[in-house]
Design a protein around this ligand. Structure first.
Ligand code: MG
Length: 387
């Protein structure tokens, strides 16, 4: 195990390290192998987790069982700044080993079997740890919870005060490391916040997400289709003219021409907004933000997207994924697409891996093919939020 001297991505912020726990057996899933190695969609559970964490932290330690090392090494080789250590007999031991091997300023502890974590949740937990010492992802308890005593009598607990705790659980590194080093090993700790609490600190909760489940049973491995998934499609085209900026997905692209329109004419963001609105059966952007309204003259389409996101949240939906294509003869966009994806993902509040953008040409055909216009098409799938 190498212990490297790390700097944060911007050289100013605290160094953020993550300990990803993958040493469990997960026997309740019925698999003959570790559940973090199970494929969900096109990636394993662990790859899905690492995709998200690589976007949000500076270094990662995967804590693994010795028997899984070869396979986990294959997976982590695709990611920068990921180390592997062998875990202990219990979760407590594995976390302590992971922390000892991940020197940093802010430590994010996460179950490897929670692949539906988002960058937003991780960032919220980090922000809370920077401000208050800790940030523990949690959701309000939906079910009523009873305590049953030795006499078999059930006692009601006030549901409004109860939360289901998830990971990530994020802490100031020195505090959580000392809490683990000095903890009483007779206690069966079930999460990191309890270790922190018993060391005299006050854990602080942040909003987790009901979809951030820990894969535990065979049922959790089934495809997460839902009766409340909705698809949306959007399309737009704008004329290319001289004297205008070319903006796609909120990114200003150096080019001799730009798109003409009442707003900033960001054709890609317009297609994405129309896809989102069509999915929830809301009017399109031509109706919501008419080009006869002076308020929208020259407005950034990212501001309009923010308004669309408010409407989506009010309607009770979250975005599963967005897939879009820009059709342009010129300029070539392949080099700028990673920045466009990242920018759109940030505005949509989802992971970059959930926003695919591709580019193609019109093979010289029509107004797009002769370079007079750029078109874009987008599709999305939304999921109803559990309330
Ligand atoms: Mg438009």
């Amino acid at each position: 195990m190498r212990i490297r001297c790390m700097r944060s991505k911007d050289n100013i912020s605290p160094v953020r390290g993550a300990v990803i726990l993958c040493a469990g057996k997960g026997e309740r899933t019925g698999l003959s192998y570790n559940k973090v190695l199970h494929s969900i969609g096109v990636k394993t559970v662990l790859e899905t987790v690492l995709d998200v964490f690589c976007e949000t932290v500076d270094r990662i330690t995967v804590v693994a069982a010795e028997s899984d090392i070869a396979r986990i090494e294959q997976i982590t080789a695709q990611f920068p700044d990921v180390d592997i250590v062998i875990g202990g007999k219990t979760r407590f031991d594995s976390v302590r080993i992971g922390l000892e091997n991940t020197p940093c300023d802010i430590a994010v502890i996460h179950d490897g079997a929670r692949p539906f974590v988002t960058q937003d949740i991780i960032e919220r937990s980090i922000d809370s740890a920077i401000k208050f010492g800790s940030g523990i992802a949690a959701v309000k308890s939906i079910d009523t919870v009873k305590r049953v005593g030795a006499d078999g009598k059930a006692v009601s607990l006030p549901r409004d005060e109860l939360y289901n705790v998830q990971t990530p659980q994020t802490f100031k590194y020195d505090e959580i490391l000392s809490a683990y080093r000095n903890a009483c090993t007779d206690i069966n700790f079930t999460d990191d916040a309890e270790v922190y609490e018993r060391a005299g600190f006050s854990p602080r909760l942040i909003d987790g997400d009901y979809s951030n489940i820990k894969i535990t049973t065979a049922q959790d491995l089934l495809p997460r289709t839902t009766r409340d998934s909705r698809i949306g499609v959007g399309y737009d085209v704008h004329k290319l003219v001289e004297g205008r900026a070319l903006i796609l997905g909120g990114v200003n692209i150096p080019y001799e021409k730009g798109l003409l329109g009442h707003s900033d004419a960001d054709v890609l963001t317009h297609a994405v907004m129309d896809a989102l609105l069509s999915a929830v059966d809301l009017p399109d952007i031509g109706v919501l933000f008419p080009d006869t309204d002076e308020r929208y003259l020259g407005i950034s389409s990212m501001k309009l997207l923010s308004e669309v996101m408010n409407r989506l949240r009010s309607a009770g939906y979250t975005i599963n994924n967005v897939s879009a294509v820009v059709i342009a003869e010129r300029p070539k966009l392949c080099g700028i697409i990673p920045e466009i994806r990242k920018n759109l993902a940030s505005a949509l509040g989802i992971n970059t891996s959930a926003v695919n953008v591709s580019a193609t040409t019109a093979e010289g055909l029509g107004i797009v093919g002769n370079g007079a216009a750029i078109a874009a098409s987008a599709s999305c799938i939304l999921t109803g939020v559990i309330k």
